[in-house]
Each structure stands twice: as structure tokens, then as C-alpha cells.
Ligand binder design. Structure first.
Ligand SMILES: [Zn+2]
Length: 95
């Protein structure tokens, strides 16, 4: 009867590990305006494509990105989409 308990424990551990792998924590970088992250290039393309934010350049999965009004530009958040739109409206006069 002891082996049954071990099998259940092992199965549970594998199930937990799989679940943890599917949902990896988002790469929150303090000061995202640094150099480009090379690791994003190594991310598997297809199932989960990693795209950079058009404003701050932070990398995030495409399905979590906010699509801009032109349908091509992607943003990490709704706030950054609005921010870039506001900048473009001002004429991009940024020093
Ligand atoms: Zn952003």
C-alpha cells in the first residue's frame, strides 16, 4: 500500500512542475529602457511569440500585448498605448 502513496506523490509533483513551466513568471525588469534582451530571441516561436513594447521595449508574450490603433504596433499595457498615441499627437517633439 506504501507504493501507491509514492506514485500519487510523484504524479502530483510532476503535475505541479508541468503547471509551473507552462506559466513562467513575466520578466519584469526595473528600468526597462536598458539594452535589448537577447533571451527573448531564444524564446520558442510559434506557441508563444515574445514581442517588444513599442514604447518602453519590454518583452512580453504576444497574446498578452495590447495592439495599437494601426493593428501592428504592440504595447505592454494600455497605459503605454495611450502614452505613445499622445506623443505622436504632440508631433514627437521629444528631447
Ligand atoms: Zn511598455
Amino acid at each position: 500500500m506504501k507504493w501507491l502513496l509514492w506514485i500519487l506523490l510523484l504524479g502530483g509533483a510532476i503535475w505541479l512542475l508541468r503547471g509551473a513551466r507552462v506559466r513562467t513568471p513575466a520578466q519584469a525588469r526595473p528600468g526597462g529602457n536598458g539594452d535589448h534582451a537577447q533571451t527573448a530571441q531564444q524564446a520558442k516561436k510559434g506557441s508563444r511569440e515574445i514581442v517588444p513594447c513599442s514604447l518602453c521595449g519590454v518583452h512580453l508574450p504576444r497574446d498578452e500585448a495590447v495592439v495599437g490603433p494601426d493593428g501592428r504596433s504592440l504595447f505592454c499595457s494600455e497605459a503605454h498605448r495611450i502614452e505613445l498615441q499622445a506623443r505622436q499627437r504632440r508631433g514627437g517633439a521629444d528631447t
